[in-house]
Design a protein around this ligand. Structure first.
Ligand SMILES: [Zn+2]
Length: 272
């Protein structure tokens, strides 16, 4: 597709190796995903269409792969690393979708590629590897199986897709009420650095997370009088967020402003 290019980058950020891979198209979607290596432990595994590139970079030095959730842009190299002898750890709720990857929409195949089956070990509370002891924070707002991981000694928070920064769209799998609860959970941790699945590493986790909470809460407050006076969701979207951009059409509605508005309306209906 014109305008797309492949990105691969590895660099050290706050003592953690950040490996970034994916197809990039500026301003459209968070299509480029990060994984993080600490010694022989890898957290998340990039998109399937960059799996070989990630494996080439890692060589045979990975013994443990820890997945935040089953989404294709986070699990790409997991099956290759498993084949090389690594143990793959994942939230228990991710296991069925890792064993039998769900059907993807056309854009998902184009952007990230199809994941291959992975036999992961279910995470129960903590993940202990020779490099890290990670506390598991269940964060189902992005998707029912999602977990974030917190390393308390160094204050490292690996947030997967539980923190994606300020945006005016939601993915169809996201539940805004749960996302807000998850952000509250993550903000309460004594984190020093936030390593997200997409976007910039943050050295101010608490204020970054609270900023995002406020963003959604302000939208909810602005939607409230419109919902209570019966304005329909399409008009609320138009007034609060403006027109849908190309993302909704490109992703067949998987990402859209309307998803966010419908979640705001749902929140207000549940808690008028
Ligand atoms: Zn995701």
């Amino acid at each position: 597709m014109p305008g797309w290019f492949n990105l691969f980058r590895a660099r050290s950020v706050h003592g953690v190796e950040q490996i970034t891979a994916g197809k990039r198209v500026l301003g459209i979607l968070p299509t480029v995903a990060h994984c993080y290596r600490v010694g022989s432990t890898l957290i998340d595994a990039g998109p399937p269409n960059h799996a070989n590139r990630v494996l080439d970079h890692l060589g045979n030095g990975i013994e443990h792969v820890v997945l935040t959730h089953h989404h294709e842009d986070h699990v790409g190299a997991a099956h290759l690393l498993e084949h090389e002898g690594a143990t793959v750890h994942a939230p228990k709720a991710s296991l069925p979708d890792l064993q039998h990857p769900p059907e993807l929409l056309a854009y998902q195949k184009r952007v990230w590629g199809r994941p291959r089956p992975v036999e992961a070990k279910p995470i129960d509370g903590k993940v202990s590897t020779p490099d890290l002891t990670l506390e598991t924070m269940e964060t189902p707002g992005h998707g029912r199986d999602h977990a974030a991981f917190f390393e308390p000694e160094r204050g490292w928070l690996f947030s997967g897709d539980a923190y994606l920064g300020e945006r005016d769209i939601l993915r169809s799998c996201e539940d805004l009420g749960l996302l807000l609860e998850d952000l509250g959970t993550l903000a309460s941790l004594d984190a020093e650095v936030l390593f997200p699945g997409h976007g910039s590493v943050r050295d101010d986790p608490k204020s970054a997370i609270e900023h995002l909470q406020r963003h959604y809460e302000e939208l909810r407050d602005r939607a409230e009088p419109l919902v209570s006076s019966g304005v329909d969701p399409g008009e609320i979207r138009s007034r609060l967020l403006g027109r849908e951009g190309i993302i909704r059409y490109y992703t067949q509605g998987d990402f859209s402003k309307q998803n966010l508005v419908e979640e705001l309306v749902g929140l207000l209906d549940a808690d008028p």
